[in-house]
Every structure is written in structure tokens, then in C-alpha cells.
Design a protein around this ligand. Structure first.
Ligand SMILES: [Zn+2]
Length: 321
């Protein structure tokens, strides 16, 4: 079973690579498939014939019955299971199941979300969602664990123990970030009929000197969670183009006020005199753009005359680094 799955995975990986080389595949260039590694995270996937559920226990071919600490009841008969051994030695069983959508009762609130680094997000209602910076918070612990690891003799039992401790710190950071993203996304989706956000060029920003902050804040993770939950609860999630000058336009009167240095947090519109918080104004513009694109998609299919695109802004609050 494991060999068959591995062969299929390899076949798909090579097909993706060849398609990418020949330009038959959209998205970024795909590299040559990586060889299997013996260390770190390991996993095997088993389909129908390879596993069964024996009451509370998971039966795996050639292994036998395994005791499982269930995190939740399975909503349907699983079609496959992936058994994962994480780099810190924990084992997980991840099932593929079908789940019914559970739409929430409709509500009339809609929200625009401006993602940033100083705070994870600012909504068009003026709510500020904090950025807990889980990785930075764990850096001292991580540094100590890694220092211990580097001093242990290669191949020794104490080195294996030290490596395990480093892996545990990384896992805790990962889990805390995932939990926070799920809770934030659920709150946004539950309280609003539609959520709009900017489509950020995360992979580009992750190559700048802000890389660590960008990776730690987890924008893509949050957006993915919002998208999943919106689909599940019958709500709308819309992304707006990344070149919209959302922080240059006055959300009250629509006049484009020109680019502003990232240090300016509050500004007054020259045309109508409204005083704007930079991020809330951007979130309101995102909400307006998202609504317009959505109505347009339902209607004529003609792209609306959007405000002039400008390359003056990187798209995020860089001052926050
Ligand atoms: Zn104005």
C-alpha cells in the first residue's frame, strides 16, 4: 500500500514538474521533485484497502490495531487516512471525509479587512485585531534549545533529545498561530455576511528584510481559514486586486489624495475634511471595492472603472517592522 501511494505521488510530482517546464501549468515554476528524507516529518497515506476502523481503534495493514486519541468524531466514512510522524515524534492520523455545509442564518453586515504587521488586521468597523507574533515570542526559548543542540555530539542520544526539544518549540509556535487564525477567521465569518480582503503578494514580501515578520504574522493562513469557513457557513469571501491604492483614496468622498509615507497613521482629506485613520480608511476602501466587484460579477460582467492604479505603495504597512 505504502509503495503504491509513493509511486502515485512521485508520478504526479514528475507530471507537475514537466508540465511546469513546458508551460502547460499555471502558477509559479515547479522544481524537480525532492527525494524522500529519512529525518523530520514522515507520512504514509492509506486508501480504502489499507485501513479500517475497529471501534475506537484504527487498523492499519501490516501494523495492526492502533489506539487513537480522537480529536473529534468523524462526520462520514473516511476515504483515506494519512499517518504522520511529526519531527518531534508525535503521530497523527488525518482522515479525508465528506462534510455537509452548515449555512448560518443570513445577516446584513459586511466587512473589509486591511492586513498589516503592527496589527494582524484592521476592519472597516474600526476593530483592531492584534498580531501576537508567536515566533518572536518563542525566540528566546528557541535560541536556547538550538544552542544546546549545536553543542551536542553528532549521532549521540543527547543530540537526539536536544533536537526533539527544538522541534517541540517549533510545533508550539505553529499550533498557536493556527489556533489564532482559526478563531479570528471564524469570528469574522460568523459576524459578517461577506468578508473582503486584499490579495497580497506574500511570497514577494517574504523575500525582503521583513521576511521574519511576514512569515510570523501568517496572512495567507488567515485568508485560507476565512475562505474555508466562508464556504462552509454559506458566507462570501472576496479578494480585491493588490494594486488598488486603498490607502490613498478618501473613503468618504472618493478623492485620491496621493501617496502617503508609511509613517503617517492619521490624515485629513483635502477635499471633504474627513479625518482618517490610515488602516481603517484602507479597510473601508477594500469593503467598497469588494462590494463593487461582487455586484459586477453578478451583473453585466464589465469591469468597473476602478481608481487609478499606482505602484507607489508596497501594499502593506512597512513601518511596523
Ligand atoms: Zn474626502
Amino acid at each position: 500500500m505504502a509503495l503504491v501511494q509513493a509511486c502515485q505521488d512521485a508520478r504526479r510530482a514528475y507530471r507537475n514538474w514537466f508540465d511546469s517546464l513546458q508551460g502547460r501549468r499555471r502558477g509559479p515554476r515547479i522544481r524537480h521533485p525532492k527525494l524522500r528524507r529519512k529525518r523530520g516529518r514522515q507520512s504514509i497515506r492509506l486508501t480504502r484497502n489499507g485501513f479500517a476502523l475497529h471501534g475506537e481503534r484504527l487498523y492499519v495493514t501490516k501494523v495492526g490495531d492502533i489506539k487513537v486519541a480522537w480529536s473529534r468524531a468523524l462526520p462520514s466514512v473516511p476515504s483515506s487516512v494519512t499517518v504522520i510522524r511529526d519531527s518531534d515524534g508525535r503521530y497523527y492520523a488525518s482522515f479525508v471525509v465528506q462534510r455537509q455545509a452548515t449555512p448560518l442564518p443570513a445577516c446584513d453586515r459586511e466587512v473589509g479587512v486591511d492586513l498589516g504587521l503592527a496589527s494582524l488586521a484592521v476592519t472597516s468597523d474600526g476593530e483592531v485585531i492584534a498580531n501576537p507574533r508567536f515566533y518572536r515570542a518563542a525566540q528566546r526559548r528557541l535560541r536556547r534549545a538550538q544552542r544546546v543542540l549545536s553543542r551536542r555530539k553528532k549521532g549521540s542520544a543527547n543530540r537526539a533529545k536536544a533536537r526533539h526539544r527544538v522541534a517541540v518549540v517549533h510545533r508550539k509556535v505553529r499550533e498557536a498561530r493556527l489556533d489564532y487564525a482559526h478563531k479570528t477567521a471564524l469570528r469574522l465569518v460568523r459576524d459578517n455576511q461577506a468578508v473582503y480582503a486584499e490579495d497580497l503578494a506574500v511570497s514577494g514580501l517574504a523575500r525582503t528584510r521583513l521576511a521574519k515578520s511576514v512569515a510570523d504574522v501568517g496572512w495567507s493562513l488567515l485568508l485560507r481559514c476565512i475562505q474555508e469557513k466562508a464556504a462552509r457557513y454559506g458566507r462570501t469571501f472576496g479578494k480585491i486586486g493588490r494594486f488598488e491604492p486603498t490607502s490613498q483614496v478618501c473613503s468618504a468622498c472618493g478623492v485620491k489624495d496621493g501617496p502617503k509615507p508609511l509613517g503617517i497613521r492619521v490624515w485629513t482629506c483635502a477635499a471633504c475634511g474627513t479625518v482618517h485613520d490610515r488602516d481603517v480608511n484602507a479597510a473601508r476602501n477594500i469593503l467598497a471595492l469588494g462590494r463593487r466587484e461582487r455586484l459586477n460579477a453578478c451583473g453585466t460582467g464589465v469591469r468597473p472603472p476602478l481608481t487609478v492604479a499606482a505602484g507607489a505603495e508596497a501594499g502593506t504597512h512597512q513601518s511596523a517592522a
